[in-house]
Ligand binder design. Structure first.
Ligand SMILES: [Cu+2]
Length: 168
């Protein structure tokens, strides 16, 4: 068994509301967080944002943690996009935040990698489908040590700042 992720007030509220995450085709820990695991690596609360029908790109966010040694996310892939890249945001010379591809995303023991708006994210380029709020899409993550893991990413509203069930 892996250590449980601490419950957040949001997730506690979800349980009170009687939303049964366990009925969905992904793993839910007792705290109600959405989790996927392979080897020592756990992916917690993946989410994405709805896109306009003509949008060429989409993003995915999540937290990556390891219960063992250091690992690295080295690739991502999805049938809904032509290319999937690992990205971060960096300030350019003129003070504008711009996205940049990164080769890997490090996951150190006790230092989860938090993919979130304004920072690290997974970029889906050449979207083959519109990302619709309330739906989810498959995403395959490849870790250097833990190997390959397929997750399902729930889609939140277009301006969401967190997973679909959080108050936006
Ligand atoms: Cu990006």
């Amino acid at each position: 068994m892996r250590p449980a992720v601490p419950a957040s007030p949001r997730l506690a509220a979800l349980r009170v509301a009687g939303i049964v995450l366990a009925a969905l085709p992904w793993l839910a820990n007792p705290a109600g967080a959405t989790e996927f695991s392979v080897g020592d690596v756990t992916v917690t609360d993946p989410w994405s944002r709805a896109t306009a029908p003509t949008a060429p790109t989409g993003v995915a966010f999540m937290t990556l943690s390891t219960s063992g040694d250091t690992d690295r996310l080295i690739a991502a892939d999805s049938p809904i996009a032509d290319i999937v890249e690992l990205h971060t945001h960096r300030m350019d010379e003129s003070g504008i935040m711009r996205m940049r591809p990164v080769e890997v995303i490090d996951i150190a023991p006790g230092e989860p990698a938090r993919l979130a708006p304004g920072g690290l994210h997974i970029m889906m380029i050449g979207l083959q489908e519109t990302l619709v709020r309330g739906e989810r899409f498959p995403l395959t993550l490849t870790f250097e040590e833990a190997g390959t893991l397929e997750i399902f990413v729930p889609v939140a509203g277009p301006g969401a700042s967190g997973p679909p069930d959080s108050p936006n």
